[in-house]
Design a protein around this ligand. Sequence first.
Ligand code: GRG
Length: 298
Amino acid sequence: MLQQVLEMFPPPVRLAFAEVDRWLDQYTQAADGFPERLREAMRYSLLAPGKRLRPLLVLAASDACGGEPARALPAACAVEMIHTYSLIHDDLPAMDDDELRRGRPTCHIQFDEATAILAGDALIPLAFEVIATGLEPAELARRAVRELARTAGATQLVGGQADDLQHQFADPNREMLQAIHLRKTAAMMAVSLKLGGLVAGAGPSVLDRLENFGEKLGLAFQIADDLLDLRGEQAKIGKKTGKDESRGKLTYPGLLGVEQSVSLAGELVAAAQSELAALGDRAAGLRQLASFFVDRTH
Ligand code: GRG
């Protein structure tokens, strides 16, 4: 994560965030006998230099709710595992067919398709194991497993991806686009924030606020991602650009044009930020983060 972004957060968040990669590394050691090639492929993608935005959302939300961010590290690692699995599978020839991710060859290019499928598969149960064993008390772990399972499943992440693939060439409209991205992109951000809040013991109304913030942030982030695909520099963002247009994919700039997409992203950020007004200064970092990601160019 860029230093500039981390500086938006107080020291307990930064310290916990600095642990994320070490914990991901430990969770994927061969201690209980992963086959070597599978372990290598899982670690290749999981430990690749992603932004770790979702773990940061978990830790920052926990802090914003008065919790101790380090307690939320298992949840932060679990969301990164689910996110990474989704990227590995999305990059496969049967889906987005990408060769570059996080500045490196995609998992199936570096290894082979079967290994990439299995590496993604293996990250899913590992994420749930990490939550089930790492969060306490048991009731918190149970709730967190349920939230993440619902988000990663057929109604949200997987369902959003299925609809996106199906509608690639169909007659597009803004509602359809929003429904897809709420599930494909925004839901994982919303659940990251919610898990952070849950670990900190936040009540239902704060959890709802965090979820709403995450959904709006996620939609704005997707618009920024679409704009980057259209006009970003491949070397800076670590994945191929210009793909959406060449594949006739349903995107915000494709549907609304660049200017309207930029202004919609700005509106979403402002709406997201106002969701967290009640949390006051403790949520200042999250509010700033929303603006940053939408203004990002890399
Ligand atoms: C295969 C079930 C399944 C889902 C795939 C994640 C996904 C859904 C598709 C990837 C393509 C894409 C553009 C998704 C939108 C979400 C998004 C912008 C993902 C990239 O997230 P970043 O920018 O990536 O946080 P890093 O690599 O920094 O973690």
